[in-house]
Design a protein around this ligand. Structure first.
Ligand code: ZN
Length: 166
């Protein structure tokens, strides 16, 4: 979609949204106590997949739905400050981050762009199961995570919409 057309569409959509907006006064804390970390993949619509509404859930997204130092800080912060008593880390099936090696993604980006990606290091995932287990452990083991916070993994299936809870 061309940029101007996209912007016009988004503006129109938002005008309609704002015209019927009824979420004023919804608290900034997560209503369900859930914080979800998932991938930026456009096939995942967390509120729809989980049947949630405005104000219900904190969502952190990145390529792969992965824990990294910044995400870890956000989760610790949210556990104390934003009523996030339940943390779910939810990568998904057929994730590009888990299907290409670092070498492959560098080659692909160089091919696509003609630019030099030799030193570019996105966090590619070698073993999706092991990575999810490690990420759950990393969050659980953080010494400053609010005591009693529940951390679990899940995998979203982009072909069925089903969430497989770990
Ligand atoms: Zn993904």
């Amino acid at each position: 979609m061309e940029t101007d057309a996209l912007h016009a569409m988004l503006t129109g959509n938002n005008d309609a949204y704002a015209a019927s907006f009824d979420s004023k006064g919804v608290p900034g804390q997560a209503g369900t106590t859930l914080l979800l970390l998932t991938c930026m993949d456009s096939r995942i619509v967390p509120h729809e997949a989980l049947g949630l509404d405005v104000g219900d859930v904190k969502v952190i997204r990145n390529a792969g739905g992965q824990v990294n130092p910044e995400v870890l800080n956000d989760i610790v912060l949210a556990s104390h400050l934003l009523n996030c008593q339940n943390i779910v880390i939810m990568p998904h099936t057929r994730c590009a981050m888990a299907s290409l090696s670092l070498g492959e993604v560098r080659a692909k980006l160089s091919d696509l762009s003609g630019m030099d990606f030799a030193d570019f290091s996105p966090r590619m995932i070698e073993d999706a199961h092991a990575k999810l287990a490690a990420d759950v452990s990393t969050v659980k083991a953080h010494p400053l995570l609010k005591p009693g916070v529940n951390v679990r993994g899940a995998v979203y299936d982009v072909d069925t919409g089903r969430i497989m809870w770990h």
